[in-house]
Design a protein around this ligand. Structure first.
Ligand SMILES: [Zn+2]
Length: 296
């Protein structure tokens, strides 16, 4: 899709893969009524039907690249190639992600800063690539920022998080060993030092340290949601727990607060897993919200 201009900021989407899975396996509380309401504004007949049992949820896995003030910032680095994963859908992938990055206009050495909204396997994978049997940073000139809460949580391999610890070992540790990683505190509301008008905000719940990234420079604000929300049906039901939330009630509160903050404003939202253009705007819709996608 064409780059999106927000004043002096340009945003590019870099696609890795689409992964369809049964909707109820990810959002088990979804009802037929929710889906009928969703179908009024989300037209994806290959995915969404009014029957939750047969509806699919298609994860788009993609990165966002921000250009601002001569800096090139990569937000979230997808799953990565050649990685051993306990989840069959992402085990030993061989996608055209780096070609897609080049098609958007960027070589790996062009990236100045890598920002992972959280440290789940589908947001950190391309931090590293395989070279002569070793994992090395994919982006040789970049500083990589990791939130302290997620870093310490996944490093300690907590129960039930083996998939993410596996990713930590091959996608975070080699970056730290190369001296390119930086642990940042997102407990402070705003970090301005990341770059001119690009900052982090805590968005805890889905993971212990997940953040949103904000960007604004002479135009409409942009917010990069990470996994604050996974699917458009959660605009209708912000309380729907996602199967892989660490703290589902906290994730739900965060989701509602983020929606309230951006609804009916000029903010452009950049979700991590919506399909099509993915980018769009939140509108109030009675007691809930709806989403207006930017054109593809
Ligand atoms: Zn994700």
């Amino acid at each position: 899709m064409a780059p999106i201009k927000l004043g002096k900021i340009t945003v590019h989407k870099v696609h890795e893969m689409d992964s369809p899975v049964p909707l109820l396996s990810q959002l088990p509380g979804t009802t037929s009524e929710d889906l009928r309401r969703l179908m009024r504004w989300y037209d994806q007949p290959d995915e969404i039907t009014a029957d939750p049992e047969s509806a699919l949820m298609t994860f788009s896995v993609h990165s966002w690249v921000i250009e601002v003030d001569g800096l090139t910032i990569l937000i979230d680095t997808c799953c990565g190639n050649h990685k051993n994963r306990a989840l069959p859908e992402v085990h030993q992938l061989d996608t055209r992600y780096l070609e897609n990055l080049r098609a958007a206009g960027f070589a790996p050495e062009d990236i100045d800063l890598v920002m992972c909204t959280h440290l789940h396997f589908d947001h950190i994978g391309w931090n590293t690539r395989l070279e002569n049997g070793r994992w090395v940073p994919t982006f040789p000139q970049a500083r990589y920022l990791f939130s302290r809460r997620d870093f310490e949580y996944f490093r300690d391999n907590p129960e039930g998080e083996a998939l993410h610890n596996e990713a930590f070992l091959d996608s975070i540790v080699p970056v730290m060993e190369a001296g390119q990683g930086e642990i940042v505190d997102a407990d402070i509301a705003i970090h301005r030092e990341i770059g001119n008008g690009v900052w982090l905000e805590p968005a805890y719940g889905h993971s212990p340290g997940c953040c949103t990234v904000h960007a604004q420079h002479g135009g409409a604000p942009g917010i990069f949601w990470g996994d604050v929300i996974h699917h458009p049906v959660q605009l209708i039901r912000h309380d729907l727990p996602f199967a892989f939330d660490t703290d589902a009630p906290a994730a739900s509160r965060t989701r509602k607060a983020v929606m309230e903050h951006v609804a009916d404003t000029d903010t452009i939202c950049f979700p991590a897993h919506f399909r099509r253009s993915s980018a769009g705007q939140v509108k109030r819709d009675g007691d809930a919200f709806r989403y207006e996608f930017l054109s593809d």
